[in-house]
Write a new protein. Sequence first.
Length: 159
Amino acid sequence: VAPTQTAQIRYLTGLMAQRLDVAPLVAQSKWNTGAAINDPVREQAILADVQKQALAIGLDPRFAAAFFQAQFDAGKLIQSQLHQKWQLQKQAPFSPAPDLAKDVRPILDSLTPQLLIAIKEVQANLCQPETKRQLQQAGALSRFDPEVRDAAVSILKCP
Ligand SMILES: O=C(O)C(=O)C[C@]1(C(=O)O)C=C[C@@H](O)C=C1
C-alpha cells in the first residue's frame, strides 16, 4: 500500500472522528433546549454549501452530499444514544451547556472544507483492495460504536 494512501485515509478518518466528537456537544445543547435531534433545515443548508464547495474543488457534488448525509446520520445515532441514556438517568440540564449556534455549529462548519479535500483524495483510491480494510479498521474511528462507525464509513465504497 502506498504510504500516501495510508496517510490520506488517516487524515480523512481523523477528521471524521473530529466531526463525530462534536455530536455529544450538540446533544447536550439540545438536551437543555429541547430542540429536536433531527434538523432537516440545517442539513439542507449544509448540503447546499457542501455541493457548492465540492464543485469548486472538482469533487462530485452528489458524492460529497452523500458523504455528509452519512456523517449527519452517524452523529444523530450518537445524539440519540446519549438522549436515551440521559432520559433513563433523569439527567438535569447541563450547566454550562454549549450554545448550538454560537459554539457548536461553527466547529462543524470549520471542518467542512477540510473534509471535502480529504474525501476528494481518498475517493480516487476507493477501488483499491486495501482501502476498504484501512477504512474499516481506522484507529481514529475505533472508539465509536460499530453502528456509528458503519453509518459514517459505509458510504466510502467502490462504486
Ligand atoms: O446542527 C445540528 O443541529 C446537529 O444536530 C448536527 C447535524 C450535523 O451533523 O451537522 C446533525 C443532525 C441534524 O439533523 C443537523 C445537523
